[in-house]
Design a protein around this ligand. Structure first.
Ligand code: FES
Length: 170
């Protein structure tokens, strides 16, 4: 359904939660999609890429800007494992635990991280350097087992290679 121009303009005029420049990037995503509710997932990805996680005020702003009920926005944000509502460490490592990756050894990757950094998926190291998350499938099954480290997809990881990769960034 096409939105009338007034609605689009009204949504575009909503003030972001603060004057952080990163909201401009979020607004570009929403504008490109005409402030349509269909842009929800893409917008949440942008917010998370920019801010590291999805806080309550971000979700409220996105809901208002896209004209969606807050409950729907919360539903999507909590359904997908790649989204997180908690503050993250300086670096994020998402371990895919989907079937293909599980068969190819994602559990060994989690164990290696736990042995080295004492964190399990869903946790952040005490020094706030590394957050570890898990995802059900990130759509790169051919590269299993896959990991996303600071937004970069790493495929066919062995535990030792993964620790090396992490050591390079933390
Ligand atoms: S199961 Fe890991 S990428 Fe699909």
């Amino acid at each position: 359904m096409l939105m009338d121009r007034q609605t689009t303009e009204r949504r575009a005029a909503l003030a972001p939660p603060d004057d952080d420049k990163r909201w401009k990037i979020v607004n570009v995503t929403m504008r490109r999609n005409g402030y349509s509710g269909h842009a929800l997932i893409e917008t949440l990805h942008t917010v998370q890429n920019c801010f590291g996680y999805l806080e309550d005020r971000s979700l409220r702003y996105v809901a208002m800007s896209l004209g969606l009920p807050l409950s729907k926005v919360y539903g999507v944000a909590t359904f997908y494992h790649l989204f997180t509502l908690k503050p993250q460490g300086n670096h994020t490592c998402v371990i895919c635990t989907g079937t293909a990756c599980y068969i190819k050894g994602s559990r060994e990757l989690s164990t290696a991280i736990e042995d080295r950094y004492s964190v399990k998926p869903g946790q952040t190291t005490k020094d706030n350097e590394l957050s570890v998350l898990s995802a059900r499938c990130i759509g790169s099954c051919g590269l299993a087992p896959t990991v996303v480290l600071d937004g970069k997809v790493l495929g066919q990881m062995t535990p030792a290679e993964l620790i090396d990769e992490i050591e390079e960034v933390v």
